[in-house]
Design a protein around this ligand. Structure first.
Ligand code: 13P
Length: 251
């Protein structure tokens, strides 16, 4: 079943105490409220267990921002998918453009991460998206297709059905420049068509495809009103309840 999801990506922000406070405030703000989407907060690794203790895992769900591409062992500084699952995390963002650009994550590495996340019952929020030069050259469809094919298309239909996609045009991330609702709808529909060609229309229809990139209270409603936009992956605006809640309530 396709779900509407609004997920916050805290990135490398907030110390532990600030993170716990934000999670508590968000949980309190949503208690007793009916919202029309699942709400997820994806936090730095060190926050996960403590944040999990102050949310209910239903009204507010927990996710991580990355995981290792190895099972376990001598990989100093890495955090495995199994470790994430043991904190109570239900989701993990994989393939964020910042990981691809600054930490050399390739489609091949991401394929391993997706596999390990799924083996540990984590739901990958798999990010795809083009950089500005690619958009200007009209190559955005080609770019997202390759990202999806090379990291995800070896999955069984059953496993693919567990994936959440997030289309995040790199030129829109943290820039205040949002894709127009029409641009978002156009590429989301294209992405769904690729999924349909590979896994069938039913699987494609059931896949949540989120938009990310300078989404905020002012543009969320219009973005989410598109038939192929199933929610948002929110950076800056996820760092305060007063900016995140209106996005959740835009559905
Ligand atoms: P901003 O909402 O800050 O543009 O970040 C988007 C993003 O990268 C979410 O993963």
């Amino acid at each position: 079943m396709r779900k509407n999801i609004v997920a916050g990506n805290w990135k490398m922000n907030k110390n532990l105490q600030e993170g716990i406070e934000l999670a508590k405030e968000l949980q309190a703000a949503l208690n007793g409220k009916t919202v029309k989407c699942d709400v997820v907060i994806c936090t730095p690794f060190i926050h996960l267990a403590s944040v999990n203790a102050v949310i209910d895992g239903k009204t507010v769900r927990l996710g991580a921002e990355n995981c290792a591409d190895k099972v376990s062992g001598a990989y100093t500084g890495e955090v495995s998918a199994a470790m994430l699952a043991s904190t109570g995390a239900q989701y993990v963002i994989l393939g964020h453009s910042e990981r691809r650009a600054y930490y050399g994550e390739t489609n091949a590495i991401l394929k391993e991460k997706v596999k390990l996340a799924l083996e540990n019952n984590l739901i990958p929020i798999f990010c795809i998206g083009e950089v500005l030069e690619e958009r200007e050259a009209g190559k955005q469809n080609e770019v997202v297709k390759t990202q999806i094919e090379e990291s995800l298309f070896d999955l069984s239909t059953e496993d693919f059905g567990k994936i959440v996609l997030a289309y995040e045009p790199v030129w829109a991330i943290g820039t205040g420049k949002t894709a127009t609702p029409a641009q978002a709808q156009e590429i989301h529909a294209y992405i769904r068509s690729i999924l349909a060609a590979k896994y069938g229309q039913a699987v494609a229809n059931d896949t949540s495809i989120l938009y990310g990139g300078s989404a905020n209270a002012g543009n969320a409603k219009e973005l989410f009103s598109n038939p192929d936009v199933d929610g948002g992956l929110i950076g800056g605006a996820a760092l305060k309840v007063e900016t995140f809640l209106p996005i959740v309530e835009a559905f």
